[in-house]
Design a protein around this ligand. Structure first.
Ligand code: IFM
Length: 455
């Protein structure tokens, strides 16, 4: 964006937490090691045409074998916290049944290493790598998140993980971005398991929410005192100032934002086309909503950019299409850079959900593909400008009364960006995917300095 206000202190309150975020499938590699079972992403990435560069997370950043080196980088960064995800099939190779002790050992070591270095662990339990056996059982059944049983298995897994590492984990996030799980994975088929069921995917959304609620119960029973979400939110803008585009944007807003925030924060589903989305959901919906809306300690928000939506042509299967949000610089991913969208979102959340607990920004970041120059320096000024502007956007929201406690940058290091493979780099640390050498970028030093200056 080139015109960031990278001078002058960012006015964040004392005690504000800084962190970085990653996810198991995106960094760990070791996809078949030490008893890990296959996940839906192992399967999906093996299907031709699914991933833009034909790659997979089989090796990724090889974090599984480089935990010491990576935690040392976090220590050098000086951040307060680190958000990682636990791979469900590493712990339960078939989603239920016998535990794989080596899987639990890995997270036990990671958490020990973090704590020994003064970094507070934030554990996500589901960042998309569903055990394949829960998607396709040997009898051909299962159905992943379309099946209510998956939510029950998820709660059992949550209890096992909490029993092992709960004494040292500071914060818990049961499900990362349930909207992306259900809409991209089950409605549109762009993510694993690659189902394009359109509105028939709604049960996957309900079961992911139920999984969240049941996992909260399991974590509470294990003594957890800081449990939240990592819900992806985007302000939705009509592509054109027409009634049709405004109606399409409202509909998409209900599906992307309201369908995941209202049940958690209000205990009900939003309306869509004049009736409650809850009517489209399976199961004892009212009882489930009581579980889903159990009080949380923080509301975790993943923010990247506003989204544009337009009305679909007459007769289309789905009544909206993505439209562009124009007039802003874009990242290398083509995503508009709109820091004020984060302030707007935080103010909107506070106004819509007055009982919302304190907010943690559980992800915020950008893809710029700058590599090392001839001196080995990765000069990613665009990321510095991005982070500076987004931290100031958080400070603006706090000044206007929103209780925001933390900012976790996505991501600690470049990693496997799902359907985009390795073509988009979000890291503060550059990873050479041939040698696996880590090189902190200029943004890493800037973030470290900013953290120090804000103390
Ligand atoms: O890489 C993803 C992450 O896994 C979930 N939130 C958005 C990030 C960038 O696309």
């Amino acid at each position: 964006m080139g015109e960031g206000r990278t001078t002058g202190r960012i006015n964040l309150p004392a005690g504000f937490e800084f962190g970085t975020s990653t996810a198991a499938y995106q960094i760990e590699g070791a996809a078949t090691e030490d008893g890990k079972g296959p996940s839906i992403w192992d399967t999906f990435t093996a299907e031709p045409g699914r991933i833009i560069d034909g790659s997979s997370g089989a090796v990724a950043c090889d974090h599984y074998h480089r935990v010491g080196e990576d935690v040392a980088l976090m220590k050098r960064l000086g951040a307060d916290g680190y958000r990682f995800s636990v791979s469900w099939p590493r712990v339960f190779p078939t989603g239920s049944g016998p535990v794989n002790p080596a899987g639990l050992d890995f997270y036990d070591r990671l958490v020990d290493e973090l704590v020994a270095n003064g970094i507070a662990p934030m554990a996500t339990l589901y960042h998309w790598d569903l055990p394949q056996a829960l998607e396709t059982a040997s009898d051909g059944g299962a159905g992943g998140w379309l099946n209510r049983e998956t939510a029950l298995r998820f709660a059992e897994y949550a209890a096992v993980v909490a029993e092992r590492i709960g004494d040292r984990v500071a914060h818990w996030v049961p499900v990362n971005e349930p909207n992306v799980v259900s809409l991209l994975g089950y409605a549109m088929g762009m993510h694993a398991p690659g189902k394009a069921l359109l509105f028939d995917a709604l049960p996957a959304a309900h079961h992911a929410l139920l999984g969240h609620g049941l996992a909260v119960q399991a974590l509470r029973a294990a003594g957890a005192t800081s449990i939240g979400t990592a819900n992806n939110h985007a302000p939705i803008r009509p592509a054109n100032d027409t009634d049709a585009d405004r109606a399409a944007a409202d509909l998409f807003d209900a599906l992307w934002n309201g369908m995941f925030a209202d049940p958690v924060l209000l205990g009900r589903y939003p309306a869509m086309d004049g009736s409650s989305l809850g009517e489209a959901m399976p199961g004892p919906v009212a009882e489930d909503l009581a579980v889903i809306s159990a009080p949380l300690d923080f509301y975790g928000v993943n923010y990247y950019n506003p989204m544009g939506v337009a009305a679909a042509p007459e007769g289309a299967e789905v009544p909206f299409v993505y439209g562009e949000v124009t007039g802003y610089p874009t990242t290398d991913f083509g995503w508009p850079v709109v820091p004020e969208g984060l302030t707007e979102l935080l103010l909107h959340l506070r106004a819509t959900y007055p009982g919302m607990p304190p907010v943690r920004i559980t992800e915020s970041g950008c893809s710029y593909n700058t590599g090392p120059d001839e001196h080995g320096v990765v000069d990613d000024q665009a990321r510095i400008d991005y982070l500076d502007a987004h931290l100031r956007a958080v400070a603006d929201a706090i000044e206007q009364g929103v209780d925001v406690r933390a900012y976790y940058c996505w991501s600690l290091m470049d990693n496997f960006e799902w359907a985009e493979g390795y073509t988009q780099r979000f890291g503060l640390v550059h990873v050479d995917y041939d040698t696996l050498v880590r090189t902190p970028k200029r943004s890493f030093d800037w973030y470290a300095e900013t953290i120090r200056a804000c103390r």
